[in-house]
Design a protein around this ligand. Structure first.
Ligand SMILES: [Zn+2]
Length: 302
């Protein structure tokens, strides 16, 4: 996993010409990175459509892209991801109204994260699955940020990704099932209990953890396995705590969407979660005891 990253990093230091004599993979990575990035920003352009139209209940394919202010159709030449926005200096060609920097941000974010997946997982089927997962997380995160709501079919798609992933990874079905429950079950309990408590106290129908967040963690757990889910959740809560404080200080709003932070945590969990859990286990449980601990824990559940 890290070999690819190391090779690409080395290739970046020693230069493209040096590397074609020593290692074809290094050269390949260097040439492939821009292509992966361009592919990523093109998909990112579609994600912008998804993020805007799904909450509005609009069709994803029917109507061609149009300006949000004047409604004029966007010219083919202005549909190039990131570059068109830069070329138009973020303004509509027809009415001159500002076009949100959100568009190039989503596009380049998708491109950069595809490159990251490519560097971390290498050239294989799992990278492709992780790229789809990344794009789904971007959509889920941004839609939750905008609307405080999640679109359930999108969450279920993450669980569907576990099927092709099962054939290309070594995760067992038990590890996937534990992954699906390990965070979702506590989240569900916290959500239910806090929901009852808040309703009793204020009469409002709010849950501490929304059902969408719970379903997201269940579906991601089935895809990533329990080892990735634990660090993913800790990172999510840590990020949500920091950003939550910043948001409260800036806007005075104490209610904010948890989804974007869960998505960030899940992405880091998908990349390094298993390694982080193994590292933790190796430090706190010496290897012989570790195998005993694993087997006894898993067999006590099943
Ligand atoms: Zn316009």
């Amino acid at each position: 996993m890290y070999k690819n990253f190391a090779l690409a990093a080395l290739a970046a230091h020693t230069g493209w010409k040096e590397w074609q004599y020593y290692d074809n993979l290094g050269t390949f990575m260097l040439m492939a990175i821009p292509i992966v990035f361009l592919y990523g920003i093109c998909i990112g352009s579609f994600l912008n459509v998804v993020i805007i139209r799904i909450p509005l209940g609009e069709s994803l394919i029917k109507r061609s892209s149009h300006c949000m202010t004047c409604g004029s159709k966007i010219r083919i030449i202005d549909l190039i991801p990131v570059f068109s926005w830069l070329f138009l200096r973020g303004k509509c060609h027809n009415c001159g109204e500002k076009i949100s920097p959100r568009y190039p941000i989503v596009e380049s974010l998708n491109g950069l994260l595809y490159v990251a997946c490519f560097l971390i997982f290498g050239v294989n089927t799992y990278t492709f699955i992780m790229c789809i997962f990344t794009s789904l997380l971007i959509c889920i995160g941004f839609i939750d940020w905008d609307t405080m709501d999640m679109y359930v079919p999108m969450l279920l798609l993450i669980a569907v990704l576990a099927i092709p992933a099962h054939f290309v990874t070594y995760l067992t079905i038990q590890e996937r099932l534990i992954g699906g429950a390990i965070i979702a079950v506590p989240f569900l309990l916290i959500g239910e209990i806090s929901g009852i408590y808040i309703k009793k106290k204020t009469g409002e129908k709010i849950r501490g953890i929304e059902l969408g967040d719970t379903i997201l963690m269940a579906c991601a757990g089935v895809l990533l396995g329990w080892k990735a889910m634990i660090p993913a959740t800790f990172i999510s809560i840590f990020l949500a705590a920091i950003f939550g404080m910043i948001i409260k200080k800036k806007t005075g709003e104490s209610k904010f969407a948890f989804g974007p932070y869960l998505c960030m945590g899940l992405l880091i969990g998908a990349w390094f979660g298993e390694e982080l859990t193994d590292l933790y286990m190796n430090v706190f449980f010496p290897p012989e005891e570790m195998t005993y601990y694993y087997t006894s824990m898993i067999s006590s559940i099943f």
